[in-house]
Design a protein around this ligand. Structure first.
Ligand code: E4P
Length: 219
């Protein structure tokens, strides 16, 4: 399973990259706004900076338009920033049309705001490179986000769809573990969730004991 970081914060992207486990980045308009990145020129420069940090990994850049022509125009500009840019398109009717168009032109896409298996089938048929089911936002309304990942994984395997399942809105270490278990190809999450995977009290206790024994024996 690939690890993407879900942020537009350059310091956090760099920290994840330095861990040696980063495969890519996802952003969205809320995450860009959170970093204070406004205006087309700044947004483009920020995506360029993200791509430079990430190196070979994919970077999802989301369109703001909700009509076909607008999405195509924006997507072309975004895709021209760097070969690793993946155009992120919302799961709406014009979005599916745009994903089909981008696919035909060889431009890679990430279909976002996915909350059902039906939407997942449609995105795969349109040729989306990645599909982003939002696990956490489903959990927020008392649905089981992981059930959806498992259901889509089963459908994609059965139907031999090539679209990769990118578990999104992943908020904690357990979400990451469950995504791997349910067959997600990629997980995208905040840095905290990735770092949370490190934690186990027995690791801390064990390390303290090893170091104490070493000190006792070696003075
Ligand atoms: C997906 O690509 C989105 O950027 C993101 O995962 C949404 O997460 P949230 O529900 O925590 O905002």
């Amino acid at each position: 399973m690939k690890f993407f970081i879900d942020t537009a914060n350059l310091a956090q992207i760099k920290e994840a990259k330095d861990l040696g486990i980063l495969d890519g980045v996802t952003t969205n308009p809320s995450l860009m706004a959170k970093e204070g990145i406004v205006g087309t020129e700044n947004v483009m420069a920020h995506y360029k900076a993200i791509c430079e940090i990430v190196g070979k990994g994919d970077v999802s850049a989301e369109v703001i338009s909700t009509d076909f022509d607008g999405m195509i125009a924006e997507g072309k500009v975004l895709a021209a920033i760097n070969p690793n840019i993946v155009v992120k398109v919302p799961m709406i009717k014009d979005g599916i049309k745009a994903i089909s168009w981008f696919t035909a032109k060889g431009i890679r896409t990430n279909c976002t705001l996915v909350f059902s298996a039906g939407q997942a089938i449609l995105a795969a048929k349109a040729g989306a490179t990645y599909l982003s089911p939002f696990v956490g936002r489903l959990d927020d309304i008392s649905w089981d986000g992981m059930d959806l990942i498992a259901q889509i994984a089963h459908i994609y395997q059965t139907q031999n769809y090539k679209t990769e399942i990118l578990a999104a809105s992943v908020r904690n270490p357990l979400h990451i573990v469950k995504s791997a278990e349910c067959g997600a190809h990629v997980v995208t999450c905040p840095l905290d969730a990735i770092l949370g995977l490190l934690n186990h009290p027995l690791t801390d206790i064990g390390l303290a004991k090893f170091l104490a024994d070493h000190k006792k024996a070696n003075g």
